[in-house]
Design a protein around this ligand. Structure first.
Ligand code: PHE
Length: 353
């Protein structure tokens, strides 16, 4: 046997100690123990070959090999201790069982109002409508004046508006253009979008609205979805067809709608839209108060004055508009009977939908 086949003991010890010190866990360490001290280990081979050496070299070579073997065993023992201390009784590989089911993180859940708002947006997007959002704090001008509700108009009372007082005087500022209110409906967006783009316009505007009102069916902050379509030759039939399509997409193919006269200063004619009762399908029950119908929204043909305020020529263009309470529709869709439950922030409530 030539010296070429002899193990470089120094190099071997260096490698072994490095690998042992870096062993990440008990299992890796056990593999290293076998590799460096087992029956087939290079060092075992080396020791078993001592007998082939001439006697005068045997002693020295034996001592050197045994020194290396001791160093490796010490390193193994040391690393076992380190892994035990670091990982407790279940050191190394056993400490983390990757197959063990973990604690599931708590996931959030969309509020029923958000779910319904998204459904509505999707339905109207499918009809080619844009979706836009506008300011929740708006001026008297956009909230009333430009919607054909001048100062002193009795319809203003019905909106139970929150006015924002002037910082200095503490009084509301009564200049229509600068007086700020919490918008009591999403209709201001009709004017804002007409100002920004020429017809044809097809857009819906979801968002928060505010009124000074609070009982089982009213809360001071709720949500509306406003719709506006302006083009040449638009008629009530377009309005009816659009809302019928919406009611079926939202509440089921078998739904019917009916229109009843109503009054809003910003539409002429104005309509109240009812959908056949989701529970009794028109026969009469508690939900529809025995009428077979449920009111879901207000609508109408955009008043010529409103088109003019929006910078659109009423002799050439016509439009329809509608506005509905998203919270109310969520209550109908999910059978929720107290509006206040929607805003109590109880996660058990939210998780049901
Ligand atoms: N803005 C009205 C309301 O809040 C609803 C409505 C919108 C009616 C558009 C007609 C047209 O009650």
């Amino acid at each position: 046997m030539t010296s070429d086949h002899r193990l470089d003991l120094e190099q071997h010890q260096k490698e072994a100690l490095e690998q042992i010190a870096a062993a990440p866990d008990a299992r890796a360490l056990e593999e290293l123990r076998i590799r460096f001290t087992g029956r087939k280990a290079p060092l075992s081979d080396e020791l078993s070959r001592l007998g082939t050496l001439p006697p005068e070299k045997r002693r020295e070579a034996g001592q050197r090999a045994n020194t290396v073997k001791r160093a490796i065993n010490e390193a193994l023992d040391k690393r076992v201790q380190e892994l035990r201390v670091g990982g407790g009784a279940l050191a190394g590989a056993e400490a983390i069982d990757l197959t063990f089911p973990g604690t599931p993180p708590r996931r959030g859940h969309l509020h029923p109002v958000s779910l319904v708002m998204r459904d509505m947006e999707d339905i109207f997007r499918g009809l080619g409508y844009d979706v836009a959002r506008g300011p929740e704090v708006d001026t008297d001008y956009y909230s009333f004046e430009a919607l054909n509700i001048p100062k002193g108009h009795p319809a203003r009372d019905g909106f139970d508006t929150f006015f924002i007082a002037d910082q200095e005087t503490g009084e509301p500022d009564f200049t229509a253009e600068t007086n700020l209110v919490l918008r009591p409906h999403t209709s201001p967006m009709q004017i804002r979008v007409m100002e920004q783009q020429p017809p044809p316009i097809k857009a819906v505007f979801p968002g928060k609205v505010f009124r000074r009102d609070s009982d089982a069916t009213h809360v001071p902050m709720f949500h509306q979805l406003e719709g506006l379509a302006v083009d040449e030759g638009i008629t009530v039939a377009d309005l009816r067809g659009t809302l019928e399509y919406f009611a079926r997409a939202m509440f089921g193919e078998e739904r019917k709608i009916r229109l009843r006269p109503d009054h809003f200063p910003f539409t002429e004619p104005s309509l109240e839209v009812h959908v056949s009762c989701l529970v009794c399908d028109g026969k009469g029950c508690g939900l529809c108060r025995q009428s077979g119908w449920i009111e879901i929204l207000g609508a109408g043909m955009v008043h010529p004055n409103v088109l003019r305020f929006g910078g659109i020529d009423p002799d050439r263009y016509r439009g329809f508009a509608f506005g509905m309470g998203i919270d109310r529709i969520a209550m109908l869709k999910y059978g929720i009977d107290d509006m206040r439950a929607m805003f109590e922030n109880d996660v058990r409530f939210v998780r049901q939908f």
